[in-house]
Design a protein around this ligand. Structure first.
Ligand SMILES: Nc1ncnc2c1ncn2[C@@H]1O[C@H](COP(=O)(O)OP(=O)(O)O)[C@@H](O)[C@H]1O
Ligand SMILES: [Mg+2]
Length: 243
């Protein structure tokens, strides 16, 4: 199974992961860290076990998304905290899909957190730590050369496919998917693929019965029980669908 592959030079280090080159130019190793940041890096801590949990959750979901018609960067999980992926050029546009008002959407629009949206809302942000990932629209991304109109329409289509797969997937496991953030990249032949991760760092998950938060908001808002929530999310993601 696991190919003989080893880490080469560190290509990028972000807030939650490190990306290493390998001896195959078209492949990288992603290492998931326990480091957690919020409010654009102002708040920093370690969440014990987070790297392994986010690696496992992403490694569980991406092959299923691939099956559902969403091409992804994922190749295989290599260890507790590492996975082998296809090297992509990241498109610097973060894609957020929202089902229920929360977080910056609630704040910006004065809509109470927890208000259901009558259809999914796709938002775009410029991926820039220096600027705090500001909200943009697709014209901005095209005008500034970050993506082509064709790439953006493909990204929207894929993001809604991810949405259509994940919402029932989580609901069958007792979790409401409130919103989530995706990153896409291009392969050398130009194919747009889903990259990065899908985890409690990048999604809002609320317990379907109690609406208890089971994601990074527990860390952002000092709600306690952060490690337990991440561990419970891994348990539910890997559990079979309920009744
Ligand atoms: N397949 C891939 N190829 C190249 N870069 C990737 C791939 N998947 C994710 N990345 C990038 O890896 C970097 C590290 O991830 P992360 O720590 O989450 O960064 P950030 O601090 O920007 O959230 C990010 O810039 C992310 O876009
Ligand atoms: Mg990230």
């Amino acid at each position: 199974m696991s190919t003989n592959i080893s880490r080469g030079e560190l290509k990028y280090e972000g807030k939650a992961k490190r990306v290493y080159a390998t001896s195959t130019p078209t492949e990288y190793i992603v290492e998931y860290k326990d480091d957690a940041t919020a409010f654009n890096g102002v708040k920093k801590a370690q969440i014990g076990g987070k790297g392994a949990i986010n690696n496992a959750i992403t490694a569980h979901l991406f092959p299923q998304l691939e099956q559902a018609g969403v091409p992804t960067h994922f190749i295989e999980r290599l260890s507790d905290t590492e996975q082998r992926v296809r090297a992509v050029t990241i498109i610097p546009v973060e894609v957020i899909v929202r089902n229920v008002a929360a977080g910056s959407f609630s704040k910006r629009l004065g809509i109470e957190e927890g208000t259901p949206l009558s259809r999914p809302v796709v938002e775009y942000c410029y991926k820039s730590d220096a600027l705090g990932d500001p909200l943009i629209n697709t014209d901005t991304a095209v005008a500034l050369g970050w993506a082509t109109p064709e790439q953006l329409s493909r990204i929207r289509e894929l993001a809604l496919n991810v949405q259509a797969f994940l919402v029932p997937y989580f609901l069958e496991r007792g979790v409401r998917l409130i919103d989530f953030k995706l990153e896409f990249g291009t392969l050398q032949d130009g194919t747009v693929v889903l990259a990065d991760e899908i985890s409690p760092d990048t999604c809002r998950f609320w317990d379907a019965e109690t609406n208890e938060k089971m994601d990074k908001d527990r860390f952002r808002r000092d709600l306690g029980g952060v490690e337990d929530a991440y561990a419970e999310m891994l348990r539910r993601v890997t559990a079979p669908a309920q009744g």
